[in-house]
Design a protein around this ligand. Structure first.
Ligand code: ADP
Ligand code: TRP
Length: 321
């Protein structure tokens, strides 16, 4: 079973991204063949500086490798390193009804958020279909917001196969990642870059400590008992603590005499030590750009070989060869 995942490079990742998306992806390496790429071409809808794009792409490579994507076991590459994806997107766009794209919520949402309504934004789902179909993916784990794009992908694959009378594309299945545990941000809302309430996985020590210390709490005095179940601080703590530590913390909340400042310090220590090994790995990789480049090139070659098996057939079918 081939599992394909694309992640847009966004500069820095927060613990919501990690727990909601990256950790499940790293774990999926145990279950099947993982194909994972950094969707830099998709980021062009919002990142319009070349130097920032380069930097974000490198950060994403470092983040994912440090957090456990294994380039030997999985196929891990940067989208633009296999440019055939853009070629396939063009072929697919010729079987894409306008109405199908006009119905996409993500496009309408982006317009509502004042992103410029250009053709790149409009045809985003076609490029995403090309990502998926080029690699003959069976399963695509995505958040709810991306489900419609997988439906578009399925429609296009079925249409293309029917038009050219050959089962050239595997029809992919979406696997909806339920945000079972929505990670709260420092203000108690869902953690999100757009709310400015994030805790970064690889944040600088002082800054991260400051952010942890800014987590909102209620004004219950130190000596009073506190309810762990309504506390953002406790909710964040339990995401990284052992069962024993979690149970003990709940008891300490209920017993009274526990100040939120103490809990914040403990949460910081927990977070800092949780990612210690990954942080070291990331620093080592960052200090060795030649090695990183080698991993990137090898990943691209591996992905390219899979892509070409599809492209050879597609080019013959559309008659450009
Ligand atoms: P942001 O809201 O910060 O812009 P993205 O939308 O780029 O984050 O998130 C990328 C992925 O990370 C999402 O598909 C989702 O699975 C996961 N994710 C983001 N925020 C959270 C959160 N607070 N809790 C759980 N998962 C999250
Ligand atoms: N559009 C996805 C997102 O915003 C990222 C993405 C691009 C993707 N291509 C993909 C996800 C292919 C899965 C499969 O999160």
């Amino acid at each position: 079973m081939r599992i394909l995942s694309g992640i847009k490079p966004t500069g820095t990742i927060h613990i919501g991204n990690y727990l909601g998306m990256i950790q499940p992806m790293v774990e999926s390496q145990e279950r099947g063949e993982l194909l994972c790429f950094i969707a830099n071409m998709h980021s062009l809808t919002s990142v319009t500086s070349g130097s920032r794009m380069k930097q974000y792409t490198t950060e994403a490579l470092l983040d994912l490798l440090a957090l456990g994507i294994d380039p030997d076991r999985s196929t891990f590459w940067v989208q633009s390193d296999v440019p055939e994806v853009a070629e396939l997107a063009w072929y697919l766009s010729n079987v894409t009804p306008m109405g199908l794209l006009e119905r996409c919520h993500a496009y309408k949402d982006a317009i509502a958020k004042n992103l410029p309504p250009n053709a790149g934004l409009f045809t985003y789902p076609v490029l995403m279909a090309a990502d998926i179909l080029l690699f003959q993916s069976n399963v695509v784990p995505v958040g709810k917001d991306q489900k419609q794009h997988i439906e578009v992908t399925r429609d296009l694959a079925i249409k293309f196969n029917a038009l050219y009378n050959e089962e050239v594309f595997t029809i992919p299945e979406p696997q909806i990642i339920e945000e079972l545990a929505i990670v709260p941000g420092t203000d108690g809302q869902k953690m999100s870059k757009s709310y400015n309430n994030t805790l970064e996985v690889f944040g600088e020590e002082k800054k991260l400590r400051k952010k942890v210390m800014s987590i909102v709490t209620d004004p219950t005095p130190v000596e009073d008992p506190k309810d762990p179940d309504t506390s953002t601080l406790y909710a964040l703590y339990r995401l990284f603590a052992s069962d024993k530590q979690t149970a003990e913390m709940a008891d300490r909340f209920r017993a009274g005499g526990l100040g939120y400042g103490t809990v914040k310090k403990e949460l910081f220590e927990l977070l800092w030590s949780h990612f210690a090994v990954c942080r070291t790995k990331r620093e080592q990789l960052a200090a060795n750009p030649d090695y990183l480049d080698e991993i990137r090139k090898k990943g691209a070659a591996k992905a390219h070989a899979i892509a070409m098996a599809t492209m050879d057939r597609v080019r013959k079918l559309v008659g450009v060869i």
